[in-house]
Design a protein around this ligand. Structure first.
Ligand code: ZN
Ligand code: ZN
Length: 297
């Protein structure tokens, strides 16, 4: 059996989409960092709108800082596109002047040309579908499978369907859970990623993100996912349900009722000819989920 995560390294908790008073967030960059350090996070990517906010001089010492940005524009018939850039150059400049004229290709190129990993933000919130992304999805590192702000404000925080539609069409895109925090009361520290990185440094965290060595969660934890031929062994915190999600018409579910919990399970991977990818979703007793990244089989 071989873990899908690197054997060596450490698990680090991170927030990859969050705002401060440098754009439309309600608290200063320093207080944003303190708020996340206080919740036990290891790293943060501050993603103000159109602006790379520098690491505050009085930043808390234990939180690794990645410079980031959020840009938006274009038109999908029902809304625009938002793209988050993770780990962009600290002195990068983004020009919001032509926002309505930008295409999704422009937004992704803008972020990538400044060194950033491009993530499609909250597709459910602004109605972005796989069809809107079909020409650019190969350049996306990730998609926000969960966004706390979008969930709390208008109940459109979950974007699993959009993710599976892209994965089913062969795009290799990782899934992120984020807060997109603006207000710091209901929208704070509810969606995160757990990264298995070689060390707690910006370089190793970025590398783990690029390689998909992480999972997304709003509650439960994956302890390990191990592959053995056509089987996947799952170890988690106590949950009520585990799902193997795959391309259309494939997949499997196991669930238990009171007073039982699941902490381990083995799924057989469906026949190779019919399956492009699998991913694991777990759900705890209050309905909170965690999502593994897809494994292409
Ligand atoms: Zn946004
Ligand atoms: Zn945002």
């Amino acid at each position: 059996m071989k873990s899908i995560f690197p054997e060596k390294g450490q698990w680090l908790k991170g927030i990859l989409h969050v705002h401060s008073t440098e754009s439309d967030g309600w608290i200063s960059p320093q207080r944003v960092m303190l708020a996340y350090e206080d919740k036990g996070y290891d790293f943060i990517c501050l993603t103000d709108h159109w602006k790379v906010t520098p690491k505050p001089q009085d930043a808390p010492g234990n939180l690794v800082f990645l410079p980031g940005v959020e840009v938006n524009g274009g038109n999908t018939q029902v809304g625009d596109y938002h793209v988050v850039g993770i780990d962009v150059h600290p002195d990068a400049k983004f020009d919001r002047e032509k926002t309505p004229q930008y295409t999704i290709r422009d937004l992704i190129d803008m972020v990538r040309s400044q060194g950033g990993l491009a993530v499609i933000a909250h597709p459910s919130w602004n109605g972005v579908t796989w069809f809107d992304l079909k020409d650019v999805a190969g350049d996306l590192m990730g998609l926000e499978v969960y966004n706390t702000g979008c969930d709390m404000e208008i109940a459109r925080g979950f974007s699993e369907v959009q993710w599976d539609d892209l994965l089913s069409r062969g795009f290799k895109i990782w899934g992120l859970a984020v807060d997109d925090t603006h207000r710091y009361y209901k929208d704070h520290a509810k969606g995160w990623v757990m990264v298995k990185a070689a060390s707690k440094t910006p370089t190793d965290i970025r590398q783990a993100l690029e390689k998909g060595h992480f999972y997304a969660s709003i509650g439960p934890s994956f302890y390990d996912l191990q592959m053995e031929e056509r089987k996947i062994h799952i170890k988690t915190s106590p949950v009520k349900r585990m799902d193997l999600v795959s391309n259309p018409m494939r997949g499997e579910t196991v669930l238990v009722h009171e007073p039982n919990f699941l902490t381990e399970h083995v799924f057989s991977i469906p026949d190779k000819n019919n399956v492009k990818y699998i991913r694991i979703r777990i759900t705890d007793e209050i309905g909170h989920e965690a999502w593994s990244n897809p494994i292409f089989v």
